[in-house]
Design a protein around this ligand. Structure first.
Ligand code: AHM
Ligand code: MG
Length: 334
């Protein structure tokens, strides 16, 4: 691969024409890049450093926390505390938001929401995990302490969002509203290089990603849709292929590059599905739309939903536009 642009160079080049750009967003994205490298280093040596396994506690969602969940969370918080670009942070791992309330951070324009280690049930078995991030401009006045409203903005207000996928390569993928670009980490040099410029969902997809073990709990529309994707139709290349890792970042990344649909619908045991609006669905929905796809809760555009609480869950369907619309049509009929 020819190495034309590092992520650092790309961010500066890409942000310079931004209406509000004064370098803070570029610096913020650089902080994510740094924290991502630190998390990547921990993940790579996890099996040797005795940092696999659970810590014996549950997070605010009632899920068992893995040691690496906590390590990744701390790395991101420390990185932002040590720098001055965000005035507050919300994390899937923490009940309350972190408010950086000192002179420097109070002057910051941005807040960040993170899922520090998504797919953490996969950590101990060496399957791909990721970090998801979502950035908003604060609503409250710069110079004052950050408020709850700053964190509960609809996804369409996102200034930037993205993920780092710790897979066969480590890749940082982000959008700041001007397309989606991916940067592969070269561990020898310690830099991310532009490797996936202007990512778009391919015109046609034929992969579906869903935890089909929950079938009996799904709404009828989803059950009927699943039967439809499994029917024989040579012209439409059905049955589709099923691929599901249990890491949203990995399933999303594959579907965006190769074409496909990801679904985590509501079920009788999980009335709002599993995924969190602020830490997972909104950033993935922003990326989806910027890559030419569609993201919905089954009837509403994800990015238009007004969040009511920090850890709100939401049914989530995203991917190629035509595939998502087909799923929506089943949901509206049954
Ligand atoms: P996590 O953030 O606690 O890892 O949970 C989110 C993950 C997604 O990455 C993944 O798509 C989903 O949960 C898998 O859930 P399930 O095991 O119910 O299929
Ligand atoms: Mg997650």
């Amino acid at each position: 691969m020819e190495r034309h642009f590092t992520l650092g160079e790309f961010i500066i080049e890409n942000q310079k024409d931004f209406p509000y750009a004064k370098g803070e967003l570029s610096a913020l994205l650089s902080s994510i890049k740094l924290a991502g490298k630190l998390v990547n280093q921990q993940i790579n040596k996890a099996g040797l450093a005795e940092i696999l396994g659970k810590i014996g506690k549950q997070n605010v969602q009632g899920e068992a926390q893995a040691k690496l969940d906590v390590i990744a969370n701390d790395i991101f918080i420390d990185t932002f505390r040590n720098r001055g670009e965000v005035c507050g942070l919300g994390s899937e791992e923490l009940e309350d938001v972190v408010i950086f309330d000192d002179e420097i951070h109070r002057e910051a324009k941005y807040i960040i929401l993170i899922d520090p280690l998504d797919g953490s049930s996969n950590i101990d078995v060496d399957i791909t995990v990721g970090t998801i991030f979502s950035i908003y401009r604060r609503i409250s006045e710069v110079g004052s302490p950050v408020t709850p409203e700053d964190f509960l903005q609809p996804g369409r207000n996102q200034v930037a969002a993205g993920y780092i996928i710790y897979g066969t390569s480590t890749i940082l993928v982000y959008t700041s509203g001007n397309g989606v670009n991916g940067f592969t980490f070269d561990p020898g040099i310690g830099s991310f290089f532009l490797s996936h410029p202007n990512i778009k969902f391919p015109k046609k997809g034929n992969t579906y990603s869903i935890n089909e073990g929950n079938y009996v709990h799904f709404p009828d529309g989803i059950k009927k849709y699943l039967k439809w994707v499994q029917e024989l139709d040579e012209e439409e290349k059905r049955p589709f292929t099923s691929r599901y890792t249990g890491s949203l970042v990995a399933d999303f990344h594959r579907n965006m590059l190769l074409g496909g649909i990801y679904l985590y619908p509501q079920g009788t045991t999980a009335p709002q599905g599993k995924l969190r609006l602020l830490y997972e669905s909104n950033p993935m929905a922003f990326l989806t739309e910027q890559a030419g796809g569609k993201a919905t809760n089954g009837s509403e555009r994800i990015l238009d939903i007004i969040p009511e609480e920090l850890h709100q869950r939401i049914p989530f369907i995203c991917g190629n536009k035509d595939m998502v619309e087909k799923a929506e049509s089943f949901l509206s009929q049954f």
